[in-house]
Design a protein around this ligand. Structure first.
Ligand SMILES: O=c1ccn([C@H]2C[C@H](O)[C@@H](CO)O2)c(=O)[nH]1
Ligand SMILES: [Zn+2]
Length: 132
């Protein structure tokens, strides 16, 4: 699957967003090494801090299906420029995806920014940091 197709998958994922509070729909599509695609959408809650972003939904869904090897992540929202993932998602992406994996950030106008996982969060806290 190419990047354009993965972006279309992210747009389909976005339509599944549950966003009664922000009304801000975000979609993510995560491609596995086997060519499978996991959708992620943001899912909000009346207890606002429980809201989960699209990027983490996609990653957690893949993990729940025992898929842990990924080749690309696309994220889309209705933003002026390419959507910018939050800090929490950057941290989770940096632990669960290869540091050189491309992350494609886009919007409904077709603006695209492609970064590696490492570029998305330079200096991320990592599992190695737990070893002192
Ligand atoms: O990259 C992003 C940025 C924000 N959100 C969600 C969280 C919340 O539901 C809404 C507004 O912040 O958008 C995402 O899912 N991904
Ligand atoms: Zn996030």
């Amino acid at each position: 699957m190419n990047t354009k197709e993965l972006i279309e998958e992210a747009k389909l994922a976005r339509e599944k967003a549950y966003v009664p509070y922000s009304k801000f729909k975000v979609g993510a599509a995560l491609l596995t090494v086997d060519g499978k695609v996991y959708h992620g959408c943001n899912i909000e809650n009346a207890a606002y801090s429980m809201c989960n972003c699209a990027e983490r939904t996609a990653l957690f869904s893949a993990y729940a299906h025992n898929d842990k090897a990924f080749t690309k992540l696309a994220v889309v929202a209705d933003t002026d420029g390419p959507v910018s993932p939050c800090g929490a998602c950057r941290q989770v992406i940096s632990e669960l995806c290869d540091k050189d994996m491309p992350v494609v950030l886009t919007n409904l106008n077709g603006d695209i920014k492609e970064l590696t996982v490492q570029e998305l969060l330079p200096g991320a806290f990592s599992p190695e940091d737990l070893n002192g």
